[in-house]
Design a protein around this ligand. Structure first.
Ligand code: IYR
Length: 229
């Protein structure tokens, strides 16, 4: 529904447990998020997938154009085709395309061209960015800040999955044109990222990496009066 909206009173979300406590609890949940490359084949209720995609769909976007499509793949045959096509691109990446510095940066993360998670994870979510507004009732087909919009929505999806205890990986085989072909998407939908979603395998291991400390990622211009609210 893209008709001119009326304006309504904002209804702020006020967490019952208090803002700081809730923020800290959320920080701990998100700090525990890891990119997972070993997935269990244990099924995931489709309603969970719907829920995390609906959460992603609440993301802000340029002019509220919501320029995203989340294509959900759960059938074994399509997952296999995606794995085979992705592995072909990945072999070319690791054997020929990747500059040495890139390989050097990936080496400690133990990534490689084999992508069993594309079959093991019960669901793959292929995120596409829409290069035009395809709604029949839109006044025009403009889209704005598409990469930023889809990036924010993807972040919200990853956060929703983590909040629900689900494991995810942001996988970007490059190029990803094979997703357009395999999933029969129109030309104006461009593959953005491929996200396996499921439960981490019981024997899943992740590199013991560290996050930059707050004082490295945050710079503060203190309020002059010392009153930071
Ligand atoms: N797409 C490859 C390589 C890769 C690139 C980056 I940047 C990573 O953070 C991880 C992997 C792969 O998925 O193996």
């Amino acid at each position: 529904m893209t008709a001119t909206p009326e304006f309504i009173p904002h209804q702020p979300h006020m967490p019952p447990g208090g803002s700081l406590e809730t923020a800290e609890a959320y920080r701990r949940v998100m700090a525990a998020r890891r990119s997972v490359r070993q997935f269990s084949t244990r099924p995931v209720d489709f309603r969970l997938i719907e829920s995390i995609i609906a959460a992603a769909g609440a993301s802000p976007s340029g002019a509220n154009k919501q320029p995203w499509r989340f294509v959900v793949v759960g059938d074994a045959d399509t997952k296999r085709k995606i794995r085979l096509a992705a592995e072909e691109e990945e072999r070319a990446f690791y054997e020929r395309r990747a500059p040495n510095a890139w390989l050097e940066d990936l080496q400690p993360l133990r990534t490689g061209p084999e992508k069993p998670f594309l079959e093991d994870a019960p669901w793959l979510i292929a995120v596409f960015k829409l290069m035009k507004d395809d709604r029949a009732d839109s006044p025009n087909d403009g889209v704005y800040f598409v990469n930023e919009s889809v990036g924010m929505a993807t972040g919200m999806l990853l956060a929703a999955a983590q909040h629900a205890g689900l494991a995810t990986l942001t996988h970007t085989p490059s190029p990803m044109k094979f997703l357009t072909d395999l999933l029969g998407r129109p030309d104006y939908e461009r593959p953005y990222v491929l996200i396996p979603v499921g439960w981490a395998a019981d024997d899943c291991e992740v590199p013991n990496i560290e996050r930059k400390p707050l004082d490295e990622i945050m710079t503060v211009y203190q309020p002059d009066d010392g009153d930071s609210g």
